[in-house]
Write a protein that binds this ligand. Structure first.
Ligand code: NAI
Ligand code: 15L
Length: 274
């Protein structure tokens, strides 16, 4: 990919979209914004639903790449997930194909593999103990299932149409980790921007799936495929560990919420608010 510079950011009004709006311009990216709701402080943003084919075609026209964050980002009814995450992602890829955009970065999620048991060893885990990116999919929700669909759709559009994608199975990207589980899966906003930039610019990715987190002492999964894109994480959640463990205790193997990568999504998934 040669010097791409304009990226369409879908889901620009959301939590991660807001962080990427702050951080990606420093990497030289010009952002075109899209969301179903207005983007605070950005009156130029395109307000459109992923169901709107014409708006999507216009939105992707002329961009070098798409960073696709727009989605229902928690569990919801199958019908709502179907419309926003499954049909919506399909519509986006159709627009990308029709307009000749070469690269998508897809916000997948750890919940595509959420039922995978968390590795049992004491941190830091040895490389052979980390969960590999080709571990069998085990979605923990309809939400996680929609991320599996997105990854497979990306593979199809690479194999059939030559659209490149990096699917990032994001752990938890917030300003700070909020739970002891997040000490293992947290991706700092700065590392999120580093990984998105690497995913937008690496050469010859075809369709590549990576995990997205910082270089956490308590890491559960293999960051090798992300590093192969040129990603060099700078952060480690361990500086938050003492306070979180004092408040919540260490993870308990007898607690069903603590057994799997997906945490409480496997037992009590948080529900999209409307
Ligand atoms: P969010 O819920 O804060 O933002 C999602 C945005 O997408 C919202 O602004 C919403 O209006 C927009 N959206 C939803 N349906 C839409 C539609 N049909 N058309 C247009 N826009 C629509 O979610 P967040 O945290 O910013 O996550 C962004 C992406 O990253 C999501 O795809 C999520 O599944 C994924 N992800 C996020 C993680 C995190 O830690 N923040 C972890 C794993 C994955
Ligand atoms: C996700 O996929 C969600 O979108 C996000 O809100 C977090 O809950 C995150 O996973 C997580 O696993 O912590």
């Amino acid at each position: 990919m040669t010097a791409p510079r304009t990226v369409l950011l879908t889901g620009a009004a959301g939590g991660l979209g807001t962080l990427m709006r702050e951080l990606l311009p420093a990497y030289g990216w010009t952002l075109r914004l899209l969301d179903a709701r207005p983007v605070e402080g950005a009156p130029e943003a395109i307000v459109a639903d992923l169901a709107d084919r014409e708006a999507l075609r216009e939105a992707v026209r002329g961009v070098d790449a798409v960073l696709h964050l727009a989605a229902i980002s928690l569990e919801s009814s199958f019908e709502r997930i179907l419309r926003a995450n499954i049909e919506g992602t399909f519509r986006l890829y159709e627009a990308v194909r029709e307009e000749g955009v070469r690269r998508v970065v897809f916000a997948s999620s750890n919940h595509a593999v959420g039922y995978t048991p968390r590795p049992p060893g004491e941190p830091p885990l040895a490389p052979g103990e980390l969960i590999p990116v080709d571990t069998p999919r085990r979605p923990d929700t309809f939400y996680g299932l929609s991320k599996c669909f997105g990854e497979d759709l990306a593979q199809l559009y690479w194999d059939r149409h030559g659209v490149e994608t990096v699917s990032i199975r994001i752990g938890s990207c917030f300003r700070e980790p909020r739970t002891v589980r997040m000490l293992s899966v947290w991706m700092s906003p700065g590392d999120g921007a580093r990984l998105c930039h690497a995913a937008l610019t690496a050469e010859g990715v075809g369709h590549t799936v990576v995990y997205g987190s910082s270089a956490n002492t308590r890491l559960w999964w293999d960051l090798g495929p992300a590093r192969a894109l040129g990603y060099e994480p700078q952060d480690d959640s361990e500086r938050f560990a003492a306070a979180l463990v004092a408040e919540q205790g260490e993870l308990d193997p007898d607690n069903p919420d603590h057994r799997c990568l997906g945490g409480h999504f496997v037992t009590r998934p948080p529900i999209w608010p409307h």
